[in-house]
Design a protein around this ligand. Structure first.
Ligand SMILES: Cc1ncc(COP(=O)(O)O)c(C=O)c1O
Length: 354
């Protein structure tokens, strides 16, 4: 397949890099590719950023048959642009697609197209500390049809958005609240896919947590509501007696690329990491006995997000001394240093774009 490039006639003015938010500003161009049963994935192209016309009956709008990804491009000190484990994102997009009955794409081709798009848009990659260019690959069902079945046509697109630092006021712990009324996902469902319905299903619990002054929801498993799964839209880690513990991938947990990076990096430092079931009772018991020193989330947006306080029913507990713990801090620094090219890339995770 040959990528066609259609450049925009006029370019937008770039936003103020010192005042970037998240997900509000988009670059001049986007990647598009279509799928039909007869042609498979075809017509890959870079187009000017534009709306996608949709019939009101478009299946994505009614049945949520769609998948997406989230990764970032980073500006290095030498003014290059680089990606962090990008093929893992396109491979995960294919795994999500399989669960949603969406035809798989050629991940290596999609990554190459992304690199060409980034090369065209390189001036949009911000250089202020902590900023990056957020990348959102998405596939949506395009048949104009009402009725529950898999669509016969799809649109794959990639859009880019310059984003500010996740911690503009410094790397501070958040407060999290266990959701007892709602679950995010169940085993056998689509929790391990990055699909819009999972995020829609998380909104009500998120609103309830915010009303009580908590930043993120701590999700328990959907069957027994006993075992910990994720925190907000992040994977979760505990430091218990010096060992790093994270819930094993059960089918209802998104297999985070940052999660995997945390595990590999910590093991490379000689730390013990265990992927196993961990119950909310164990967390509270180890907190009470002084063995639980840290909790932190992991994800592309925040890299690492330390937890200072946890609420479960009537119990409110402080984690460690309520401040950022040493394991969270070391992982945050090490992963960011790799992403921004400030250190050697010890595990071969970085791909240079331009
Ligand atoms: C539900 C959920 N869990 C975990 C993650 C973390 O995944 P990653 O580290 O690949 O960003 C994300 C973000 O993509 C997510 O949406």
């Amino acid at each position: 397949m040959q990528l066609t490039i259609n450049t925009a006639g006029t370019l937008k003015s770039k936003p103020d890099e010192t005042n970037l938010g998240f997900g509000t500003v988009f670059t001049d161009h986007m990647f598009n590719m279509d799928y039909s049963v007869e042609k498979g994935w075809h017509n890959p192209r870079i187009d000017p950023y534009a709306a996608i016309p949709m019939d009101p009956s478009t299946m994505m709008l009614h049945y949520g048959q769609g998948v997406f990804e989230g990764l970032k491009a980073y500006r290095t000190e030498a003014s290059g642009v680089q990606l962090f484990r990008p093929l893992d994102n396109f491979n995960r997009l294919n795994r999500s697609s399989r669960l949603l009955c969406i035809p798989e794409h050629d991940a290596a081709f999609a990554l190459d197209a992304l690199k060409q798009l980034l090369t065209l848009e390189k001036d949009w990659v911000p250089s202020q500390p902590g900023t990056s260019l957020y990348i959102r690959p998405t596939i949506v069902a395009m048949d104009a049809f009402l009725g529950v079945r898999a669509s016969f046509t799809y649109r794959f697109f990639i859009i880019l958005s310059p984003v500010g630092a996740y911690y503009p006021e410094g790397f501070n712990p958040v407060k999290i609240m266990v959701s007892e009324d709602h679950v995010r996902a169940v085993r056998g469902g689509v929790g391990e896919a990055k699909t819009p319905g999972n995020y829609a299903a998380s909104l009500l619990a998120g609103d309830k947590a915010h009303e009580e002054g908590y930043t993120q929801v701590l999700w328990l498993d959907g069957v027994e509501q006993k075992y910990i799964e994720e925190v907000g839209s992040m994977n979760i880690f505990f430091v218990i007696d010096g060992e790093i513990v994270t819930p094993m991938l059960s089918g209802s947990i998104l297999p985070g690329i940052t999660r995997n990076s945390v595990i590999q990096l910590a093991r490379s430092w000689g730390l013990n990491v265990s992927e196993r079931k961990i119950s909310i009772d164990e967390v509270l018991e180890t907190q009470a006995s002084g063995k639980l020193s840290e909790i932190f989330g992991s994800g592309t947006a925040a890299v690492v997000s330390p937890v200072g306080e946890l609420k479960y029913g009537d119990r409110i507990v402080t984690i460690g001394d309520g401040n950022v713990g040493p394991v969270a801090q070391r992982l945050f620094d090490a992963i960011q240093d790799i992403q921004y090219g400030r250190v050697e890339d010890p595990l071969g995770w970085v791909e240079t774009v331009c």
